[in-house]
Design a protein around this ligand. Structure first.
Ligand SMILES: Nc1ncnc2c1ncn2[C@@H]1O[C@H](COP(=O)(O)OP(=O)(O)OP(=O)(O)O)[C@@H](O)[C@H]1O
Ligand SMILES: [Mg+2]
Length: 226
């Protein structure tokens, strides 16, 4: 990792307000994520972790501050599109990610959308399900899956787009020991740059190289990576 290179993604003095809330969800946050890092983001419930992840990929507009991709301000939909091709996210709630009738359709949806042929998209989807140890779920109806199964499929949908950076919001929620072990094995080997929110200390120790801590929308601990 070369810290002199522009970070892959960064927020500069970023503030996010939700309309219904008097205090900001993010309050002047500076954070930078460099290629090859595996960063964990911790903080109490409501401290702004999910908001920070969403702001980093442009899904939450900033009231003030800047979002930077490879050192350039993300200022229009074209820049946002380029960013999204490189950065995948797995949402805190797997239901927010899954919308197709079957697992295979859901995982193949993204690859189809970027122009892969149906057989190629299907092949890619099957390979990813296989590498996560859940190929057996391929023909299942998504809405009938268990919580842990949905979480693995949601991860597969993000990986199917072959991102460089993967953002994971509490990825081990609902996972059993076997599912956690699959992630602990797969993610470091994948070479992906990672930003992970988790309360699972063992998982974070196994996976991440740096920590950031949020408190009431402000970074209060760890290293900002700047
Ligand atoms: N859509 C929304 N509308 C209004 N307020 C929101 C919305 N989403 C989040 N908030 C508020 O913003 C603050 C930060 O929420 P956020 O979901 O980012 O926290 P979090 O650290 O991810 O919490 P958790 O550990 O529970 O997932 C909280 O006070 C929350 O109530
Ligand atoms: Mg959250």
């Amino acid at each position: 990792m070369d810290m002199k290179e522009s970070p892959l993604l960064a927020l500069e003095n970023a503030t996010v307000h939700y309309p219904s809330s008097p205090s900001p969800a993010l309050d002047g946050v500076d954070v930078a994520l460099h290629s090859g890092e595996r960063v964990c983001l911790t903080g109490d419930n409501g401290s702004g972790k999910t908001t920070l992840l969403l702001a980093l990929i442009g899904l939450r507009p900033l009231r003030s501050g800047r979002l930077l991709h490879h050192g350039r301000t993300v200022a229009d939909t074209r820049a946002l599109f380029t960013l999204r091709k490189e950065a995948g996210i797995v949402f805190q709630h797997a239901e927010d990610q899954l919308f197709s009738p079957t697992v295979l359709e859901d995982v193949a949806f993204g690859p189809l959308n970027i122009g892969l042929t149906p057989p190629a998209a299907r092949q890619r989807a099957l390979e990813i399900l296989e590498s996560l140890g859940v190929a057996v779920l391929a023909e299942r109806m998504t809405h009938t899956l268990s919580g842990g199964q949905k979480r693995m499929v949601a991860l597969a949908t993000a990986l199917a787009m072959r991102p460089r950076l993967l953002i994971l919001d509490e990825p081990t929620n609902d996972l059993d020991a076997k599912g956690r072990a699959v992630l602990e094995d797969y993610l470091p080997r994948s070479g992906l740059t990672l930003l992970v929110v988790s309360h699972d200390e063992r998982f974070l120790d196994a996976l991440t190289t740096r920590r950031i801590h949020l408190m009431e929308g402000r970074i209060t601990g760890g290293s900002k990576g700047l």
